[in-house]
Design a protein around this ligand. Structure first.
Ligand code: SF4
Length: 414
């Protein structure tokens, strides 16, 4: 699809809105208009002494639509918003699709909600989401709940607070949907790199620890993610965690998370080491409890392996165990996903994080061009079920972010 950007600077917002409706389309921006038989979205700002006119026109297949709005006085904010309304209307008309997150693209909705609550109060912020940003009532409530749950935790931060994220970009195998920087340890190159990476990581922890001490920074949380940190041997895990403890002042640290990750690398010995060294939150990530889906996405473990890894972790006194599930995995069905949610709930982990599959260019899965999201709302049904079932089981959403190219334009919620 060609997106024409004429006489305005809001190409970023325009492209992102377009991607909401056509997540996998090959979108090309053009700053001058040329006749075309391809699908296109034309946007323009016309300024005169009396008013500023924002226009959008779209053609997708045989469907066309035009929208035009005027503002009296120019400001970046007003022009960007009004153009977004025109673009949104055009996209909505030609696809027949209404995104539940409305005009919101590329932001943490709860962060925006928090800013709006400070400005307009709880009711005003919710009204702004619904009426100005066209967010559905359901998603507005979700953003508002996450924001209010997070507030007392975030309020404890000081200007000197920081969090430490440590990445282990290696995995036992590459999942087909993965777009993270991570290497399958099965390759000779990765095998060779892995020990060297660990040494360099420890060097970097020493340097970063010194910077933190010199600046009297306060370590609030540590997260070891990846990749699959669980791929470290018990001995390497001790080396890494001791490097953190030796180089940072740990007394103010409120949470130390280690993504044990995949069941194919989780062992009693590693869990025991994590527990002894003071890690208080771990993640065991089944992604799905359907063996055929696990096989389809290239995971080398079964649903039962994930359950056994979880039960093994329960023998230790971690404060919190998280389980990740993904909605919209290839070959998964709504019924299959519901069953995965029910299984996760029956295990009673403290946290369950439900991701919506995001298909990035760097994943092995081939994304189809120009597929409109209106054609398949199964991910939507999955996420709706997750929200209902998890709420009924007493889980409260505490964390949320959105990604581009996410199935159904949905969100990831802890
Ligand atoms: S385990 Fe996670 S990081 Fe590793 S390949 Fe799979 S999705 Fe990517």
């Amino acid at each position: 699809m060609i997106v024409f950007i004429l006489d305005h600077k809001f190409h970023f917002e325009t492209e992102n809105l377009c991607r909401l409706f056509f997540p996998n389309a090959d979108i090309k921006l053009s700053y001058e208009y040329k006749e075309t038989t391809d699908d296109f979205l034309y946007t323009e700002m016309i300024s005169s002494e009396d008013a500023i006119v924002l226009k959008a026109r779209i053609k997708v297949g045989e469907s066309c639509h035009e929208s035009e709005l005027t503002i009296d006085e120019y400001s970046d904010e007003a022009a960007e918003y009004v153009l977004a309304l025109c673009v949104y209307e055009c996209l909505q008309k030609v696809t027949g699709y209404t995104p539940k997150w409305g005009l919101l693209t590329g932001v943490r909705p709860s962060k925006l909600m928090s800013k709006l609550i400070d400005q307009y109060g709880q009711d005003g912020a919710r009204a702004y989401f619904i009426h100005k940003l066209l967010v559905s009532e359901q998603k507005t409530k979700l953003a508002s709940t996450v924001c209010n749950v997070q507030k007392p935790i975030i309020d404890k931060n000081t200007p000197k607070s920081f969090s430490l994220y440590i990445s282990i970009p290696f995995c036992p195998s590459r999942c087909s949907y993965c777009s993270f920087v991570s290497h399958s340890i099965t390759s000779a190159n990765a095998k060779k790199l892995f020990p060297e990476y660990l040494d360099k990581l420890i060097e970097e922890l020493e340097i970063t620890g010194k910077i933190a001490k010199d600046n009297a920074l306060i370590l609030e949380s540590v997260y070891v993610g990846g990749g699959t940190p669980g791929i470290l041997s018990a001995e390497q895990t001790v080396k890494l965690i001791n490097a953190v403890k030796d180089n940072f002042e740990m007394s103010p640290c409120r949470e130390f998370t280690f993504e044990a990750g995949r069941a194919d690398v989780t062992t009693f010995e590693k869990l025991s080491v994590l527990s002894e060294l003071g890690v208080d939150r771990i993640s065991i990530n089944p992604q799905t409890f359907d063996n055929s889906v696990l096989e389809e996405i290239g995971r080398k473990h079964t649903a039962q392996d994930a359950i056994e890894a979880y039960n093994c972790a329960r023998q230790f006194d971690f404060n919190s165990i998280n389980m990740d599930l993904i909605a919209g995995l290839p070959s998964d069905t709504v019924e299959g996903f519901k069953s995965s949610i029910d299984t996760a709930i029956s295990l009673k982990p403290e946290n369950i994080t439900v991701h919506s599959l995001a298909l990035k260019r760097s994943s092995n899965l081939v994304a189809k061009d120009n597929v409109s999201l209106a054609q398949d709302n199964s991910a939507d049904k999955m996420i709706d079920y997750a929200n209902e079932a998890l709420s009924a089981a007493g889980y409260v959403p505490y964390y949320m972010y959105r990604q581009t190219r996410c199935v159904g334009n949905l969100e990831n919620v802890g």
